[in-house]
Write a protein that binds this ligand. Sequence first.
Ligand code: PGA
Length: 252
Amino acid sequence: MKQHQPLIIGNWKMNPTTAVEAKTIVTSVKSSIKKFAGATIVIAPPALFIREVKKALGSSAIALAGQTMHEAPVGAQTGEVSAGMLTAAGVTYVIIGHSERRTLGESDEQVNKKTVAALKSKLTAVVCIGEKDRDSQGNFFMHIEAQLVAIFKDVPTARFKDIVIAYEPIWAIGTGKTASVEDVLEMQLFIKKTLTKHFAKASAAKVRIIYGGSVNADNATSLYASGGISGFLVGGASLKPADFTKIIAATL
Ligand code: PGA
């Protein structure tokens, strides 16, 4: 029996091109997802489409996520979106520190500030971590530990329930190379162990851990059943309603 209800997040990234296409995808997901009570489903559309997607979702239980946010509440930050803006648009989750943002220069310190700001605005923070490469000595575990410790600075333990750690090995994102079930299980245990090393066990246990990186309709069942994770952060496959639905079904 898993400790947390399954959580499946679809990260649309910079897709699709028009609001009409966005509505088509979400309407299709919505109609197939009625059957899936028991899982929390979240969609992260481009910020520009949040309002349309929200409208198309209507009374559906599917929640919305921002793909990123700025740590400041308002101000001279051209092109950015704040946590308060996301909340005001009806968004309840936000992805923070995705590797595609970190490559653009987002530091561990910023990821921490964003996490704190997201929680202040009552958003659930889905914070991404992951190694670029794996070395046979296992040095990448130190990188993961450093990323984890940075995220939780100044986060009150009472808010750990509102943090989701998305383990996304960079080499597995959009490449079709998924981490093996054993690797995911091992990393999930390492994340739990690291959190328990730094915080009280009961608080650490509140943090949900999900996996992302080339998750698809074929590998989702074994990853969920044996990887020790509470769900998935899905990129490419989340734009294909039939595949996304199969991934959700794999967790139920
Ligand atoms: P992918 O992306 O499923 O296309 O590999 C995952 C992600 O970047 O969140």
